[in-house]
Design a protein around this ligand. Sequence first.
Ligand code: GLN
Length: 211
Amino acid sequence: MTEAHPSGPATDAPLVGVLAVQGDVREHVRALELAGARVRTVRRPAELEGLDGLVVPGGESTTIDRLCRIFGLHEPVRRLVADGLPVYGSCAGMIQLAEEILDGHAEQQSFGGIDMTVRRNAFGRQVDSFESDLHVEGLEDADRPFRAVFIRAPWVERLGADVQVLARADGHPVAVRQGALLATSFHPEVTDDHRVHALFVRMVEQARAAT
Ligand code: GLN
């Protein structure tokens, strides 16, 4: 379990978990700490207790799903998402927040929460990875483009009416928000621009202030 260290964020900063069964956990921990959150890595259901928010990292969604079910994390995370906990998913994490997955494994289950259909590896079929300068709504200094890194990324094929599109690439939504849930097809955690994590930490603070 990683908790705030003495030189880290203030002790009253929101506590954000990073689901740590597989994927680029360390990068999210760093980005969240730089965005002002206290961070706890989560491998067991008990570690979900008391969190103000949760991040589902990029990685391999089929593996994240399989390990979450083995470790007993699937149901509790699904429940927290349904109950309104702020959750941010990047890439594989976006897939796990989608209500419906195309080109997933037959037995793959998501946590759901965002009323959308995503297709796994959709951008990846065209080109394995690429970078693009995007305008992402809701970021600080919004006029400054965000350098987005896509790696075997999903795209969104269907969006419910309650889902807000924050950014598009090649016409496809690649950053979306529904209530307290945020998802990006790209990986802000692998860059030094932490504005997406800062947006998420603000969402977590707002949700905490509202309870
Ligand atoms: N293609 C991966 C998946 O299906 C996602 C890739 C990523 O997170 N970079 O989970």
